[in-house]
Every structure is written in structure tokens, then in C-alpha cells.
Design a protein around this ligand. Sequence first.
Ligand code: SF4
Length: 375
Amino acid sequence: MNAGLYIHIPFCTKACHYCAFYFVTSGSQKLKFIDALLLEIEQRSIELSGYQIDTIYFGGGTPSLLSTQEFSVIFEKIYTFYQISPQAEITIESNPENLTSEYIQGLKTIGVNRLSIGVQSFFDDDLSSMNRAHRSSEAISAIQIATKIINNVSIDLMFGLPYSGMNSWKENLKVATSMGVQHISTYNLTVEEKTYLARKVKRKEVKVEPDDVLNEMYYFTLDYLASKEYVNYEISNFGKENYFSRHNLGYWMGTPYIGFGPSAHSYVAANRRSNKSNLNEYIKSVSSKSIYWEMEALSPSNQFNEYILTRLRHYQGVNSEELREVFGSELYSFFIDSANAYVVKNLLELKNGCYILTNNGKVLADLITSDLMID
Ligand code: SF4
């Protein structure tokens, strides 16, 4: 059986104003963190014994703040303690300012075969208003270098940024699709609690776009990227054929995975584990073998809800026959009754027994999903 590995690298150069991921802006603990990470990787290998690792994903934070030498040491540990598929997809998230030709070549040499670049916007005004560490020219040059070396490059873009309207968004998509990347993730700016952006919005210093404008941008994205042959295989993700993110597909298809590092999540055998979001506690606890995580065994109803939540985001939707096999006739009937009501409203479509979000449904995905779940 296949499984995935996620490694959280919690370091960033600067704090982006909207960011709610776990990170620290000081690299002073980097070496101690790597030591702790190597220990965690070794200690937890038993959880995936018998599984073949098909995807490895370094997220953050900013993984590209690690040197290729540091990645090599981590890979060596992973390859020693886990059974890695020879065709494994190995992704590193990166920021444009770290990407030199030598660095990307070094990553490729040690086995990285997919690079995800946090571009967000090709406009300098957007980048400074979000406190990003790079400039547009660095993003362009990073993409040009990356696409020459690695044949699987993804970029992240954000829409709905303050003071950046529809025309800028169209231009961002135009530039992105002209650069030969195989994959594009698009996210609308959300105001997460406890972020600098949330404080600015509360003080009325920044106004975010209303839902109707965000929806218009999203509909445009769906049409425009489809016209450039990017398949919308998940609500926010678009890939050329054969370049969908296998790691993220694993999350949406219920493939087991282990997450290493502070704030990382794991999902194995209907158990969800969350490492605490605290670097110092992580470093101390891993070496003293004390508990730095929370565990939750998902109840059958939580497993059903999780199944709906993840499958519905995916372009092949919820397969009703599979749902009946896994969860039985009662939950099957509950699902079919609720889902058919959305088919009538053209928010879900039914194709070969699969319930799939229509474009109108994608905009209301959260609402529809929660309605299809059980209490
Ligand atoms: S670089 Fe990424 S993880 Fe770091 S603060 Fe910015 S958005 Fe958050």
C-alpha cells in the first residue's frame, strides 16, 4: 500500500502579513531542529512499516532556506528507515529569492523532482503590501531557471489582494501561463485570525474584496486556465495532464501519511495526529521522548465526514458505490438524498455514479460539504 511523508520546515525570512502557518523568523535553532527531525523520522518509521512511500513533500515555512547538504542528510535518514518507491514524487516548496541555478541543480541531483514556488503575484506593489521577501523580477527569473532544470514546476498565486483588482489578476494568470509551468495553485486571500492582516482589517486600514468580486475572479480563473489546458483537478489546483500533485491527491483520496516537524499532521489507520506548533518544545521533546503531539481516533461518523470533505474537493467527486461499500446503506441513503437536492440546483453533477461539484458548486463548496456531513 502507498503512503506519503510530509516534512514541515518552520523557518521564514519575513512574516507575510496574511500567513497563519507555523513558522519562526529566526534561523538560530536550525541545526537543533534538523537533529530533532532526524530523530522523529527514525522513531516513527514503525507507523508506516509495510507501506511504500510514493510521495515526499517538504512544506513550511520556507523549505528552500535549507541547503542541499541539509536536505541530503534528511533524505539519507528517510531512505534508511522507509521504503521509498523508485518513482516517488519528491516536492520542495520554495520562495523565489532562494532559487539560483546552482541550488535547483543541487536539489535535482539529490532526488527532488517537483518544485513548488511561492510567487503569489507578479506585481511588486502586491508583494510589498503582503510583506513578501521577494520582488516580481526574482519570481520571473526563478521560474525561468526552474523550468529549465526541473520538468515539474508549480507556482502559487493569490487573488483578492487589497488594492489589486480583476485586471491585475488577469495579468497574473497571463504571465503565469506564459512561463511553461506544469501546475498552478490559486488561493483567494483569507483573513486568518491572529495575523497582521487581521489586525489591519479590524483597524479598518485595509479592506478585503467582497465575495462577489472573489467569485468573479474565481470563475475567470476556471475559464482562463481551462483554455490554457490546465485541468482544475481540485478546487484550488490546476495542472497539465499527468502533472497533478500526487502528494495532495493522496490527502484527498485518503492515502495514509506521516507529518514530521512542529505543527505537522499525520493520518494513519483512521488516527489523526497533530504535532504541537512550538519549535523549542519540539526540539526538547523529541530528544527526551516526551509527548509533543495530540492524537484523535476518528469515530465512524468523523471518518464519513472526512471522506465527504476530501472527496468532494477532488475532480472525480464522491463515488456513491464506493461510499456504500465503505460506510453501509444507511449513510449511503443519507448522502444520496442530500446530494440529489444539489444536483437539482446544478451545484453538483452526477456522472457514472459520482457526485461532482459544478463550477457554481465549487464557489459554495464549504456550504455544500457541511450540509452533506452528519452531525
Ligand atoms: S513565506 Fe510562506 S510560510 Fe513564510 S510567512 Fe510567508 S506565507 Fe507564511
